[in-house]
Design a protein around this ligand. Structure first.
Ligand code: F6R
Length: 595
């Protein structure tokens, strides 16, 4: 997804902007650009990797600039080309933008009637034109007037050529953080672009306008909301330098899969040492779990645990649907939001919707400084550290781990569990068992070798095994580009089985004792129609299938933590054989900050 970096300081801007763009690369992008200003303005853009942009820059001649903005674009309006890449310049205004302006087409027509000509198809150029049209001596007024005319989401870095010593940073529904250091002010859409320079940050609030001025004496930042000057809290955040290195692994995805035992131990111990960190939610009559993608699939695992072990019915829904549904909150409702980044636009909107309607919100989140972490009523953090590979692995697993603990605590609070210590001991053993599962790489490579030339696959399972199928199937398709569908095993016969053909990989997940034989019959049904079946099961339910992954049998609370890493590794090794861009699959973005 798009990324923004800005610099206004006493030193050269170009290196900060380029290194910031590189740190934003993991989010996914298709073009990049930079604008630098002193007496003149210099805009350079290119399509493709940051390297292409660098090849166009004469770095030495650009060192004289102390003020600049830069951007990685992930196309939403208009195709991928240099005209559509940011920054966009109209009249006196040059800017970069994250987000989507919903009324851009209407504004564009109005501006065209006022003789503005557009060089791109973007909504961003419309903002630049509107600011230029509204331009008056007081630029704060200009911005406020313009914001009133915009519908949608935006984080903006703005240069006004009438004020060549200043940068403006503005946000609504799209994150923007300011970094502070003596003689230097930075801003970025993601803290990782600037956290190597400072540990002091201001997280801009909705419709904040930061004015960063570089005069003879100092570099100063003032924050306004409307025309009111605001004092914003300065957060001091230490970051882990090591997270960025691949630590000898060929991909971040593999590194992050291998980190799972360590981050599991960190997260689990925190809560196992003090289960009261998890609030008592037994009074809530209704529980909704809302998230997107893998985070929603972690919620699906939780649904089965809440229902089976804590006798609490749960509705799980994707945030992009939930936010637009008409939901009845007449009973005491808890809405659990799950998000690694804490910045997913739909999940944020769903949280706000639930809060506005009187529900209580609880966030399971990784990034502690994120919007969701700041706005939810209760927040429980997973300790994944930074996750760089676009496809989530360690964050998903920790979401499942923490949600399982929430289900365990709920079952305990409702007196539905006799011996909680038995489960606590099991949870403590899990990091070691996950490591043993991950270390069996030969079996995952063998399966990858068997399936990598196929273009279609299925994952089948029942109940909680179906929830693992959803994640396994998503992981395979997003990193290897093999089309894959997850199906409830019993549903296959109602149409989909007609797609089974010779050699098609079908993964059967069988960990639930009570239902295991039913799923096994479904696996045999597809095998007899030519499918190449791969079974993922436990040492207690072992079968005689040729391709089989066996993990230690544990209780339902922890079983998924051993099953899903096997699916992650099969996806990884399959993508490797298919020569895919594993850490940055095409068209995907790490943090989905637009609808
Ligand atoms: C898939 C994946 C995505 C995210 C989803 C939610 O591997 O990473 O499906 O899980 O975009 O992101 P967060 O958790 O940041 O809200």
């Amino acid at each position: 997804m798009c990324g923004i970096v800005g610099y206004n300081g006493k030193n050269s801007a170009i290196d900060v902007l380029l290194s910031g763009l590189k740190n934003l690369e993991y989010r996914g992008y298709d073009s990049a650009g930079i604008a630098l200003i002193d007496k003149d303005i210099n805009i350079i853009k290119s399509v493709g990797k940051i390297k292409n942009l660098e090849d166009k820059l004469d770095i030495d001649s650009l060192k004289k600039y102390n003020i600049g903005i830069a951007h990685t674009r992930w196309a939403t309006h208009g195709e991928v080309n240099e005209e559509n890449a940011h920054p966009h310049r109209v009249g006196k205004i040059t800017l970069v933008h994250n987000g989507i302006i919903e009324n851009a087409d209407i504004l564009r027509k109005e501006l065209e009637e006022k003789d503005y000509k557009f060089n791109s198809n973007t909504d961003t150029e419309v903002i630049a034109a509107l600011l230029d049209y509204n331009l008056e001596d007081d630029f704060l007024n200009t911005i406020n007037k313009t914001l009133e005319q915009l519908k949608g989401s935006y984080a903006l870095g703005i240069i006004n050529e009438n004020e060549k010593d200043k940068l403006y940073a503005v946000k609504k529904d799209s994150p923007l953080v300011i970094g502070l250091r003596e003689d230097e002010v930075y801003f970025a859409s993601d803290i990782c672009a600037i956290n190597m320079y400072t540990n002091e940050f201001i997280f801009l609030q909705e419709k904040d306008i930061a004015v960063i001025t570089n005069d003879d004496d100092e570099v100063d930042v003032e924050v306004y909301n409307g025309n009111m000057r605001e004092e914003r809290y300065i957060d001091v955040i230490e970051t882990d330098e090591l997270t960025k290195s691949k630590n000898g692994y060929s991909h971040y995805m593999l590194k992050e899969i291998n980190e799972q035992p360590i981050v599991l131990e960190k997260t689990l111990n925190k809560y196992l040492d003090d289960l009261d960190l998890i609030p008592d939610i037994s009074d809530y009559e209704v529980i909704h779990i809302v998230a997107c993608g893998s985070a929603m699939y972690a919620g699906m695992v939780a649904k089965y645990l809440f229902e089976e072990k804590a006798k609490k019915q749960v509705i799980v829904e994707v945030a992009s649907e939930y936010r637009y549904r008409s939901i009845n909150y007449d009973r005491k409702t808890l809405v659990i939001l799950i998000s690694q980044s804490g910045e997913t636009a739909d999940t944020i909107a769903a949280m706000r919707y639930a809060k506005e309607h009187g529900a209580t919100t609880l966030a399971v989140v990784n990034v502690k400084t994120s919007t969701i972490a700041r706005e939810a009523d209760y927040k429980l953090f997973i300790e994944a550290g930074e996750e760089i590979a676009v496809a989530t692995t360690k964050a998903y697993l920790l979401q499942v781990a923490l949600l399982s603990l929430i289900a365990l605590k709920l079952a305990h609070d409702k007196n539905l569990i006799e011996d909680i210590n038995k489960y606590i001991e099991e949870f403590r053993l899990i990091p070691k068992l996950v490591k043993e599962v991950i270390d069996k790489e030969e079996v995952y490579k063998e399966i990858a070798q068997e399936i990598y030339e196929r273009e279609n696959s299925f994952f089948i399972g029942r109940k909680i095994d179906y929830a693992y199928c959803l994640e396994g199937s998503l992981k395979l398709k997003e990193v290897s580009y093999i089309h894959s569908e997850a199906y409830q095993a019993g549903e296959l016969k109602h149409g989909t089985i007609s797609l089974i053909n010779q050699g098609m990989p079908v993964f059967g997940i069988l960990t639930e004792k009570d239902i295991y034989e039913k799923t096994l019959s479904n696996v045999k049904e597809v095998a007899s129609r030519g499918a190449k079946t791969i079974i993922i099961t436990t040492n207690e339910l072992k079968t005689d299938n040729d391709l089989e992954v066996v993990v230690p049998a544990t209780s339902i609370f922890t079983q998924g933590l051993l099953v899903v890493p096997t699916l992650q590794l099969i996806a990884y090794y399959t993508a490797l054989l298919r020569d895919c861009d594993i850490d940055k699959p095409k068209n995907l973005a790490k943090s989905v900050t637009v609808e």
